[in-house]
Ligand binder design. Structure first.
Ligand SMILES: [Zn+2]
Length: 296
């Protein structure tokens, strides 16, 4: 009898360990409120990885405010934090904006999140609000409730009156920073910038049209040199080395064909759903993420 009980306890223990091992990483990394006490390192890819030694973007600075503080996503690789400080300072100097309203960066230890984003996992992605920062004295409470602005028309084909020349200046400042890898923004904004840049258009190569991104734009930094396990993104056809800045007909696709309704063939077999990055378990993330999770 005792042996039987012991065996069943052992069995339950093994099972629960199994459950723990397979628990989605977002439930483990997503509840950490402090970074790991490790040397800064971005492990894995933008949409499947984690962050060691994350640095906090202070809630307030001379040229920025972090929005939605309750989300606890104001952590990044030190390269990101220094970039945001430099970028916001430049914006305050060169435009009518006082600086930047900064949205999500990463969780203290990066990784998949309980809600929202697919990427933002390695501390090298940051969302910047389209709402010009004209008041850097917003209270914490106000920063939970205030909304950003939409710069796209209702039919999703053009920019609207919320878009200003200063938006373009802000984007250009970011794109000209050598540490920036690419910037995602709604296609009509890129179309506007392609049409209104009268000088060198090379910087527009880094500006990439993407779904959404009409209330904020998303800045992605290059892998830090010393982060050996950070996976760089493949260059696209518009990479400058291939001669492209993306201001061509492929850009029009986003505001034409892409917006047309798609006819669904009921006889077509649905493909097996792809595993969503939010569902990754710890064992699917780079192995270093386990030490990031368990670190003090
Ligand atoms: Zn983003």
């Amino acid at each position: 009898m005792i042996l039987k009980n012991l065996l069943s306890i052992l069995f339950i223990a093994l099972c629960s360990q199994e459950v723990f091992a397979e628990k989605q990483a977002r439930y483990l990394l997503g509840v950490k409120t402090l970074p790991s006490n490790q040397t800064p390192n971005s492990y894995g890819s933008y949409a499947k990885g984690c962050l060691a030694g994350g640095e906090e973007m202070l809630e307030n600075g001379p040229t920025w405010q972090v929005m939605r503080l309750s989300r606890g996503r104001n952590w990044g690789h030190p390269n990101m934090i220094s970039f945001l400080k430099r970028f916001s300072k430049f914006v305050a100097k060169e435009t009518s904006w006082e600086g930047l309203y900064i949205g999500d960066i990463s969780q203290p230890r990066g990784g998949p999140m309980l809600s929202g984003h697919v990427s933002h996992q390695v501390g090298l992605d940051a969302d910047i609000w389209m709402l010009p920062a004209h008041n850097l004295k917003l209270s914490k409470l106000k920063r939970e409730s205030v909304s950003s602005i939409d710069v796209r028309s209702k039919d999703r084909k053009k920019i609207n009156k919320n878009w200003t020349k200063d938006h373009m200046k802000v984007l250009k400042i970011a794109a000209n920073d050598p540490i920036v890898e690419r910037i995602f923004i709604t296609a009509p904004a890129k179309i506007y910038m392609c049409e209104n840049e009268t000088g060198n258009k090379d910087w527009l190569q880094k500006i990439r049209p993407y779904w959404g991104h009409n209330f904020h734009f998303h800045v992605r930094l290059k892998c830090p040199e010393e982060s050996k396990w950070c996976e760089a993104q493949k260059p696209t056809v518009h990479h400058l080395s291939k001669g492209g800045n993306g201001c061509d007909n492929t850009l029009r696709w986003w505001v034409t064909t892409a917006l047309e309704p798609v006819e669904i063939d009921p006889n077509k077999i649905k493909p097996k759903p792809k595993r969503h990055p939010k569902e990754f378990t710890m064992s699917e993330l780079p192995k270093q993420c386990t030490s990031v999770l368990n670190s003090k």
